[in-house]
Design a protein around this ligand. Structure first.
Ligand SMILES: [Zn+2]
Length: 183
C-alpha cells in the first residue's frame, strides 16, 4: 500500500500518511498543495443534492496547513539505523540481514555514551561482542564510516520500505549522507 509523504508549510517532510489520512486531509481542506503524478483516483459517495460523485486525485506528496513545530528530531530505531548504515557492520564491513545486526554504541553507554544517532552504528554480533565495553580506539577497531544524524529528508526515506518515484525525487534533493543509498 502506498503512503503519502506529508510536508509542512516550509516543505520539510513531516511524516507518512495512510491513504485514509490523506483523504481526510483533503476533505478538511487542509492540503495547501500536492506534488507529483496523481495516484489512481479515490471515489467517494454520490452527493444527494448535486448527484455528483466525489473524487479525490491524491498526489504522492502533500503539504498541509498548520503550525510548524520546531526542529525535526529523527526517531532512532534499529530498522532505520541499519538502513542508514547500508546493512553493513561498520567495523568489519560485512553485509548482514537485519536479524544478524546489532546497535553498537561507539562510546559505550556504561562509559557515558548516549543512545543517539551520532553515537550508534550497525555492527555484526561478532564485532559487537569483540568490541565489548571499549572504544573503537581501545579495541583497535576503526569505524569504516562516521555515524551521523539523518536530516528529515533522509530519515523519511530510511523509514520507508517502498518509496514512490516522485517521493524519491523530492527526498533525494536534500540527501547529504555519503552512503550508497544517498548516491
Ligand atoms: Zn562485523
Amino acid at each position: 500500500m502506498s503512503a503519502i509523504l506529508k510536508l509542512d508549510v516550509t516543505g520539510q517532510p513531516r511524516g507518512w500518511l495512510t491513504i485514509n489520512e490523506a483523504v481526510l486531509a483533503y476533505s478538511r481542506s487542509d492540503v495547501l498543495y500536492g506534488i507529483g503524478y496523481p495516484l489512481p483516483p479515490i471515489l467517494g459517495g454520490i452527493q444527494r443534492i448535486s448527484g455528483i460523485r466525489s473524487r479525490i486525485d491524491l498526489q504522492p506528496i502533500i503539504a498541509l496547513e498548520g503550525r510548524v513545530f520546531g526542529e525535526f528530531i529523527p526517531r532512532l530505531c534499529n530498522k532505520t539505523l541499519f538502513r542508514r548504515d547500508d546493512h553493513r557492520c561498520i567495523y568489519c564491513g560485512g553485509k548482514f540481514i537485519k536479524s544478524d545486526l546489532t546497535r553498537d554504541h561507539v562510546l559505550p553507554i556504561s562509559r557515558g555514551g548516549r543512545d543517539r544517532w551520532e553515537n550508534v552504528v550497525a555492527a555484526c554480533k561478532r564485532c559487537n561482542f569483540h568490541k565489548g565495553n571499549r572504544t573503537p580506539e581501545e579495541a583497535k577497531m576503526p569505524l569504516l564510516a562516521i555515524p551521523f544524524i539523518p536530516n528529515s529528508f533522509e530519515w523519511h526515506f530510511l523509514t520507508k520500505e517502498r518509496v514512490l518515484g516522485d517521493q524519491m525525487d523530492y527526498l533525494s534533493t536534500q540527501f547529504k549522507a555519503k552512503r550508497d543509498w544517498a548516491m
